[in-house]
Design a protein around this ligand. Structure first.
Ligand code: SF4
Length: 253
């Protein structure tokens, strides 16, 4: 069974090797997932085809909730290394995306001035100037890229068939100062075949991130037929990427 959705706007702190002590921010509804991807490995299950009844909270509702939560963690002397926009789907779909980022940065400056503010995004909207501009306000941007062809994007990330692959790749290439996150799976879907990995390495060389983070599933997934890729295989992919492109690759087992 996939895990439950995040049931609050601010959640955590979650401790991870990648991000340290991280507070998650969920700008999206608490009762349904809002995403323009429908990844077979999504820990929150399949993306609903029709929106749920709960409305998206706008900034006037979200800002006080974030402030109250941050104040609580601050008063509890919780040490926070980073604040990460993620949550129940794709954060850049929020209608007040830029304003929310500026608000979160204001609250960060007030309560956790040392913390970095970052995002986990599927990068589908980074060709839009307003989304790109908002993302560039953040300290860190982790952009998803699991595949190297439209065919695999349709199969694994399950975007609509009208998804513009070429525009996506060019937007990734021209986006500055980014970390790419690539998740590898095997089982009912597989993106670890020799031809797929070769093509993915060429694509990473083309889009030129400052770093690539490689990992596999560690929770239940929407499609129950998926299996975890072995750490040895993940390290082999990372080594090949580094040797071929010189781009730093880290494996998170
Ligand atoms: S992009 Fe993230 S939230 Fe959206 S379906 Fe994929 S894994 Fe789930």
């Amino acid at each position: 069974m996939p895990i439950d959705l995040q049931d609050s706007v601010v959640y955590g702190p979650i401790h991870s090797r990648r991000l340290g002590n991280s507070l998650g921010i969920n700008l999206l509804p608490l009762s349904w997932k809002l995403c323009d991807f429908d990844c077979v490995y999504c820990q929150y299950g399949w993306t609903p085809q029709t929106p749920g009844r709960e409305k998206i909270k706008r900034i006037s509702e979200l800002a006080p909730l974030i402030e109250e939560a941050f104040r609580g963690f601050h008063e509890a002397h919780e040490s926070i290394d980073c604040i990460t926009l993620a949550g129940n789907g794709e954060p850049s779909l929020h209608p007040d995306f830029m304003e929310m980022i500026l608000e979160i940065k204001r609250q960060r400056d007030k309560f956790f001035p040392e913390a970095r503010v970052g995002i986990l995004t599927d990068a589908s909207l980074i060709h839009k100037p307003k989304v790109r501009e908002a993302l560039l306000e953040l300290d860190d941007r982790y952009l998803k890229l699991d595949v190297a062809s439209k065919e695999d994007l349709l199969a694994i990330n399950r975007v609509g068939s009208d998804f513009d692959w070429d525009r996506f790749v060019e937007a990734l290439r021209h986006f500055p100062d980014k970390v790419i996150q690539s998740l590898f799976i095997t089982g009912s879907y597989d993106n670890t075949g020799e031809a797929q990995i070769e093509k993915w390495i060429r694509l990473i060389a083309y889009v030129q991130p400052r770093e690539v983070q490689i990992y596999s599933i560690d929770r239940s997934t929407a499609d129950p037929g998926l299996r975890k890729v072995s750490p040895a295989k993940l390290h082999e992919i990372a080594r090949r990427l580094e040797q071929t492109t010189g781009i730093e690759a880290s494996v998170f087992e």
